[in-house]
Structure formats: structure tokens, C-alpha cells
Design a protein around this ligand. Sequence first.
Ligand code: PLP
Length: 374
Amino acid sequence: MIYCDYNSTSPVLPECISAMTEAMATPLNPSSVHTFGRDAKTMIEVARSDIASMLGINLRKDQYTIVFTSSATEANNLIMRNFDYHVASSKGKILVSSTEHISILRHKEYNNNIDILPVDSNGIISMRMLEEWLVQNQGEANLVSIMLANNETGVVQPIKEITAMVHKYGVLMHSDCVQGPGKIKCDILDLDVDFASISAHKFGGPLGAAALVYKTGRNLLPQILGGGQERGIRAGTENIPAIVGFGVAAKKHTHQTSRLRDIFEAEITNICSDAIIFCKASPRLPNTSMIHMPNVPANVQIISFDMKGIAVSSGSACSSGKVKISHVLTAMGAPDKIADCAIRFSFGPSTTERDVAILISTWQEIYTKSRVQL
Ligand code: PLP
């Protein structure tokens, strides 16, 4: 199989597997006072420090805290729920962009105080509209949440500038940075966000380990009650093997270049001038390409690629595996007919030139076959 779905999840690095296998062979509960328990505690703190370094943070010096969660979905819920609580008492308002992950966007179903900031046809938020919202909601606004990079289109938002603007109006800033590490620089200290979510399985770490990173001193309420683990913010015995793997992945993380993605896109445009490469003009993750193949529905493309041994996804599959029209493309103004035929290709550090050559010829084959059938 050729794997082109790194934004969905990445293969676990061999170094993580060996560190996790070793950790799994020992009974490790960091709440225990005995030697094993103390070892477990050390393992967590080593991982925390390696993850902090990846994010440009020195935990001894910089005023940031890292709380481990089971997923970035949980980390996003932790932050959104906290501001829901605050909203209940202060009627504060929250602003989120229209292309956020559903673990952010779905809070609107339960909270009328969440406003949506639109994006333009290139997937970028408007600084002017952001400022208008901050002015209109001065004194009431609590939180702005805008992702660093979109999982479907790869569009990278100017988080540093956005944060500076949000702070100018005394509002707090959260960024879902899940798609950053392993692809682009993700320096939380430099971005200056108050809260950020990250997830191990997007950059070579295991499933089941993620974190909410936040400026120390923010008084967060836990959404899971129990023992005092993770400074009382996230109860439950820590998943030590997964956290160890998370730390190793952070230590080993690299950035990607756009060389293979650019070759791929250039060839697709040569094959079919009507193919649409979404957000080509925007700053994007170097590994991501969302492409519309004219008149071939996403589910047909995914199955056809799979039959040829290539794993891709539409970027918008729900947990049932069904392909839905992408809310991200819809938010950018793409008509359903266009969005319905779009597929996401996301490469990783182990993607080769040969993989991309096979991908290009398979794309051409699927497209040519669809023309014959028309
Ligand atoms: N945020 C973004 C941008 C994502 O791409 C994902 C995963 O697809 C998540 C959040 C959720 O991450 P997790 O799988 O750790 O729950």
C-alpha cells in the first residue's frame, strides 16, 4: 500500500514502538509511591519536557503548562467547555472560524454565545472581520479559537498576528495546532497563544496521547473528575506507554518540504486543466493537497485508489466511514458539485518519489476511465 493519508493519522515511528513496548512491560502507575510509580512519574516528566521543547517551550523558564489528554478532541473539548462554564456566569462570547475541526465547531450546538468567523475562498480568515467582532463584543468576548493549519486543505492561518490582535482587545486565544508538529514549525511560545491543542498520532506518535498546552495561571476546570492526576485538570491514571511514545515522537519530529507535493500538483494540472487544487495560492502545509477531480465523486475516487493500493481520504469522513460534503470546502464557498468530487492527499516523511509517480499515473487512470464512462 502507498499511504497518502498522513493528516488523518501517521505510522508510528519504530523508536516510539520500542520505547512503548518497554514501558508496557512494566507496571507503571505514577500515583504509586514505590519505585515503579516514581519511574512512571519520571517518564511522564521527560515526555512533557521533550514535547515542550518541540513547541519552543522551556517548562522551567517559560510560563506554560502541558496537560495530557487522550486525544486532541478531548483537549479541544476541555478548552471549549471551560469557556462554556465561564459563559454561563459571565455571558461571554466565543469566536471560532468556520473551518475548525468538528470538536470545536460542534459546541455551537449547545452554546448560543459562539459566533462563526467566515473564511474567504482561499480558506483564510479576514483580520478586518476579526477586529470588527472584537470591537463589537468588547467587554463581552472571552475566547477566540482559530486553528494553525487546516486538516483538509492544509491552509495555515497567521496565528501570531491573529493572537496579537485578539490580545489587543483583552481576549484569550486558543489555537488547534494539531496539524502543525511534524510538518511545519509550531513554536507556541512565539505564537503567544493562551491555549493550544496537539495530538501525538499526527506526527509519528501513538493514538491515545494528546495535550492541552496553556499559559500557567489560567484557572481551568476539569471535565473529567477523579484523582488529582495532571494537576487536577484531567483525572484518570495516565496512559504511560502512549505518553512515552508521544515524547519520543516529539524528540524525533522533523519538518516536511513541499517538493513532492508540488511535483504531484504540477502533474495533475498537466493531466487535467479542469482539476481544482484548493487553496493553492494560500500558505499551506507542505504535505497537503486537496484536489477536485471533475465529475468523479469522492467516494468513487477513494475506492478506486484503494483498489490500486493507495490510501487517501476526503478529509471529511465521519466515524461511520461515510464521505460527507466537506464543511471546510463549503465554508470557502465551493458549490456542493465541486466539493463532492474533492479528495485530500497528505504525504509524510516516508513518501517517496516512486510513490508520487504511481499516485500520478493512478490519478490519470481513474480520471481517464471516468471520461470513457461519460
Ligand atoms: N483538530 C484537527 C485539526 C485534526 O485534524 C484532528 C484530527 O483529525 C483533531 C483536532 C482531533 O484529533 P484527535 O484525533 O487526537 O482527537
